[in-house]
Design a protein around this ligand. Structure first.
Ligand SMILES: [Fe+2]
Length: 340
């Protein structure tokens, strides 16, 4: 009964082999889906959302591990365990398989008992990962709730997240950095949950005491996300998104090169979105006015002028709109994470 919800995708070129394995798994309460290895494997896997993938390869070679690599490249599939069922492998092939994303091997001829034990073991690990993902979802939903308190900031974190990914792409940052920018952008203001509504929603300028309270939000956000393993790389972005290059920012008064490059990216798109959006205390500014102020502030030593120029070019040339249409499927878009 415990396995009834678990779905195993069997990837195999040999229909007969797949049917034997499928029968064994079904008798033990698993649901199975068969797919021949090839161009449609990844697409089927994405459609079926399996809990585990069993990849049977009779003659393993670099090419045959490509399926595993392609699967693990898909964000939705990254935490789906892959077991390779194959002949005895040389060390080189084993390493190639592990590097491609295979999680476990079973050598043929295999015993059904061992296969089931390995599958259950990896499913337990996946279940733990799923719970971690749940924790992540809660935090992202909290970020959305904070925004929802103030109609003027609704969508801000989502836009900062997407804009940061676009600016990261324009700067040729690697995929892992783009993910960090996406998370950091989405979570950067989560610490505002500790700021009272009377300050957060105040229609006019803040008093110096109120501003001191507001200035606590990067550290509060950092503390909230510190124990969230999946947000680890985004922590500097959450803590330092109000730092300025001349050291006038907060909370740590970092200067120049002490401010990590990814933080600088979030700085620029955060300011740009804040200026071009309406707030409780101001109207939405035109693009011209926003960039005018940003360049002035760059001259004052706050921001990186080169980054502003790259961002302005993307905004004015339509490159931003093109990129945004290409990154609809961000892993942790706020809309997706809000579905609890
Ligand atoms: Fe902030």
């Amino acid at each position: 009964m415990e396995n009834q919800e678990k779905k195993i995708l069997i990837v195999d070129d040999n229909r007969e082999n797949a049917e034997v394995i499928g029968q064994l798994l079904q008798e033990n309460g698993f649901a199975t889906v068969f797919v021949p290895s090839g161009s449609s494997t990844v697409e089927t896997a994405l459609n079926e959302s399996p809990d585990l993938i069993l990849l049977e390869i009779d003659r393993p070679g670099k090419q045959s591990f490509e399926v595993a690599r392609q699967l693990k490249l898909e964000r939705e599939m990254r935490f789906i365990p892959i077991i390779l069922l194959t002949v005895r492998l040389e060390l080189d092939s084993k390493v190639q398989g592990l590097e491609a994303g295979v999680d476990d091997y079973i050598t043929k001829p295999y015993s059904g008992v061992e296969l089931l034990a390995r599958i259950r073991s990896l499913l337990r690990v996946k279940s733990l990962n799923d719970h971690l993902d749940d924790a992540e979802r809660v935090v992202f939903s909290l970020a959305r709730i904070i925004e929802a308190k103030d109609p003027f900031t609704l969508g801000h974190a989502d836009r900062v997240s997407r804009y940061a990914v676009v600016l990261g792409k324009l700067l040729d940052r690697k995929e892992a950095d783009l993910e960090t920018l996406e998370k950091g952008g989405a979570l950067h203001d989560i610490g505002k949950m500790a700021v009272p509504d009377s300050i957060l929603l105040k229609p006019g300028p803040l008093t110096s005491e109120e501003f001191e309270v507001m200035k606590g939000h990067p550290v509060v956000g950092y503390n909230i996300c510190e124990r969230l393993r999946s947000a680890k790389d985004a922590l500097p972005l959450i803590r330092h998104h109000h730092e300025k290059l001349n050291g006038d920012g907060y909370p740590d008064h970092l200067k120049k090169d002490d401010i990590p490059p990814l933080v600088r990216i979030v700085n620029i798109v955060d300011i740009y979105d804040a200026l071009t959006s309406a707030r409780s205390y101001k109207d939405a500014w035109s693009i011209d006015k926003a960039f005018g102020v940003m360049y002035e502030e760059a001259k004052r030593g706050w921001w990186d002028g080169d980054l502003i120029r790259i961002w302005e070019k993307a905004v004015r040339s339509g490159e931003l709109a093109t990129f945004l249409s290409q990154i609809k499927n961000l892993k942790i878009s706020m809309a997706k994470k809000s579905r609890l």
